[in-house]
Design a protein around this ligand. Sequence first.
Ligand code: NAD
Length: 492
Amino acid sequence: MTAITVVSPSSGKELGEVTAHTAEDTRNAFDRARPAQRRWQATPVKERRKVLLKLHDLVLERRDEILDLIQDETGKNRTSAFEEVMDVAITARHCGYAAGRLLRPKRAKTSLPGLTRTRVEHDPVGVVGMISPWNYPFSLTAGDAIAALAMGNAVVLKPDSQTPYTGLLVADLLREAGLPENVFQAVTGSGSVVGQEIVAQCDYLMFTGSTATGRKLGEQAGERLVGYSAELGGKNPMIIADDADLERTVPGARAACFSNSGQLCISIERLYVHRGIADEFIPAFVDSVAGMRIGGGHDWETDMGSLISEEHCEHVAAMVDDAVAKGARVLTGGRRLTDLGPTFYAPTLLADVPEDAELFREETFGPVVAVEVVDSLDEAVLKANDTRYGLNASVWANPATGSKLASRLHAGTVNVNEGFAAAWSSVGAPMGGWKDSGVGRRHGDGGMLKYTEARTVAVQHLMSISGNTLVDPDVFAKTVTTALKFGKRILR
Ligand code: NAD
């Protein structure tokens, strides 16, 4: 058994070593999870709710310890880490209360009202496999697990190898909240070993990560005919209309672009500014971004932290250099901040990014935003939708204009006068990607029901819709024909 060394990206300090588990270890985790899941499924929903509500309290009580760990593992600033704590508490509360309503059997419409009584029940799928990325290691492990657990499933999670301690902390917190042993297990290790075995064993696969990996795992889930949900990459646009409130838009756009150093699937990488406001907005925005405080450490004052690794920083720098070499203009940033360390990159705004630059279409997943002035909102909508992705979009405008514009954007979430937080935190509404940004949704009723199998139970009284021996077939056909004609008018 080998080990994975975990290094803090902002300080370069070694945080420790975790086990690189094997395929056999992962199978064993599933073997332990199966009986534990059956007992958990048999636990009354009210008892399961208590565990999730206790988790909610624990997360808030142990907030600072959780923030420190997230920051140490990812290098993000404290405010971005707090987004994760807030998210997990909100999700625990929401799923804790929603599960009872969703799991209650529901009456369903039938074609022979009164004669057929139909109800729909939901059973948990069994053991859900989860594979998570490093960028929001608390939200994208605990948040998704909570929904599956609330519905009576067990979970086997593979946290990213760069952020395994946060995944292990989720297991500790759930245990402390009263979750029985083996209902949630975090198995550390590589994607090619532990991740692949999770794909081979699970009854449902929840994946968050890159579009390339998501596509491959989708094929594998399809081969096994297990349910699959994937939240993938984005190249999210923001539109700034000429009637936007500048005072709110400047700080709002900054948060939307540079939260978590731009390493956020729903953060903004393309900005379309209406010509009518461009002369006011762009200089104010450039000033605001140029004035950001960058650094490591656990204080609340830092506006942006480091990137996840030196390798990722090099990748971001290479994309910016490619754009600049092809004619893009740097409005601010555009360079590594080596005086702070090898993983820091300046928050960057680019203008005139040419179509042949890689970052024109591809996700940078870093603090880099292309700014473009447009002559009309129609042009902005066309450009915003001209992408293979469709995860998130943002519109800053008078609320009525913004709301109308939102309905024309091809994205799973659209935030009006907000970057991403309004839609993400609307936990009762679906969140996920169109096009290459994913399949399936998290949040909303669907984001919980996906972790269940539906069972339709129909009880027939007297006459059947398929004809029966009690009535002459000709009389039956005439009666049903009349009933259908009549039914069209009264049953909708
Ligand atoms: P990635 O796909 O390389 O890795 C994500 C996870 O998958 C990791 O845990 C990794 O170990 C595992 N993995 C990789 N290859 C695997 C394989 N063959 N089999 C099984 N598991 C495997 O993603 P990344 O680059 O680390 O993460 C960044 C990407 O994630 C970005 O594209 C970002 O947009 C996306 N993301 C999307 C969301 C969302 O909700 N839509 C959220 C966060 C990140």
